[in-house]
Design a protein around this ligand. Sequence first.
Ligand SMILES: [Zn+2]
Length: 576
Amino acid sequence: MIKRISILALVFTVLLSCKTQEKKEVDQTSNDENKLEQTIYFGGDIITMDGATPQYVEAVIERDGKIIYAGDKASAVNNFAGETVEVDLKGKTMLPGFVDPHGHFMSAVLMSTQVNCASPPMGTVTDIPSMIEKLQKFKEEKGIKDGEWIVGWGYDQDLLAEKRHITKLDLDEAFPNNKILIVHISMHGGVLNSKALEWAGLDENSETPEGGVIARLPGGNEPAGLLMEMAYMPVFDKLPQPSEDEMMELMEAAQMQYTSNGYTHAVEGFTHIKDMNTLKRAAKEGRFFIDIVSLPGFTEMKEWLNNPEYPFGEYNDRLKFQGGKFTLDGSPQGLTAYMAEPYSVPGPNGEKNWVGNTSIPREDLAKLAKVMVDNNVQIMFHANGDGAIEDAIYAIENAGIKASDDKRPIIIHSQFQKPEHLKKYVEIGISPTYFTNHAFYWGDVHIRNVGLEKASFISPMKAANDLGLITSNHTDFNVTLLDPFFVMWTSMKRETRSGKILGGDQVIDGYAALQSLTTGSAYQFFEEDSKGKIKKGMLADFVILDTNPLKISTVDAIKDIKVLETIKEGKTVFKK
Ligand SMILES: [Zn+2]
């Protein structure tokens, strides 16, 4: 029996989902398929993402969180087995839910307790005074007392009117009694005021640790406030965090940032043991309504490797530990990406022939990576500069990986790779997740830092796709906006802030851009059999859009597409 009800009624069904769940369980034990509830979607462009070119179906049927039918509407009726909810898309477009290839879910959790110090389009800060004003307003609104911390995120010196890093001198006058940290947009560094530097135990006698940067005030050794990489990490790790109970309450808002952008799968891209435990607790308490993939960090490998507390490669209550994560270098705009040849400009402290930083010597990296591979853990490398990418390739080869092994080592960012690296990727089966948002956010800075030719080959998606590599494209949230259409636009246009086109020959088409957010990322997490396509047997993870991204009049119109609804395993998890 087919019951005709509207989308409104579907929402009502979702609201009653707890009850439905109970009913389903009873039904399953009685083995009566005819009582199972199902939903049919039809009446709009349904792009399946199944195949090398765009394919559409007229109708999709979901039952029990899975797709049981995708095909023409006339034959769909033969697949009905019980009460059916009808969803008429009314000309809207349905796609598989977006699969985040790389980002930092725990940052999304923490962001609600911090101040947005980013510049447009991510935030509203335009210069140092406007940032200080925002921090002061936050202090007032939250009733932050003297002695307590105020943490900001997302500052980018290149987008401030002053075109320089903030120093403690900028912050001290407004905040003589609070500890301040402003995290850099790269998340590989931050600026501390005097109170915070005192708390961190840093003064003119502090030596700069290897692989780190402590910026100094002119004419002396006194710390200026900015810490990068290995000088920053220990300070960041020591910061007071919200209590675990508070974190649990923040999980919903964190996931809504993803679902409101059409993502049904989020990545926590470098997870410390403490956060692995927090995520486990949230999962156990049933707080996840999208899938969370966590990449445990290499620095704590001894604690998680082969530990039954942290099973790898399987979802438990929507949480999966997948892949050991290495961070090999910093960011190219911060001059901390590790390059094979020197930058065109001096280092952060005026160093000549500056090549950036590597956080782990090549041989140590190779040894650790081999241990992971030998223990059947997928390996994932953050590598931006060609020097770091070569270290990653070395470690992968050293671990004995060949393309035919299907181990899928992932090079995250893969930004400044050389053309010859791509052949190596094919040969040993490396899959890159690219970061084309950089073309817009820092493209002009990259031209200055490494020259036009090298900058133009940043995130070479077209070259990689042409060689048959499976690629994805990420936001590195909260480094850039968690907006899939902005990601698509940057990969389809590669336009910098100043309007230059950065490597026009690496532009990809709309379908390839969609693949990089669906099938490409699903493959990289070994989930291509359950996610990324609308096909019988796959999870019923969908996003409904106001416009078909493959039928827009100009590439720029991509940015205006809106997510209307996000569905995870048949349940609405966001609705505009
Ligand atoms: Zn990242």
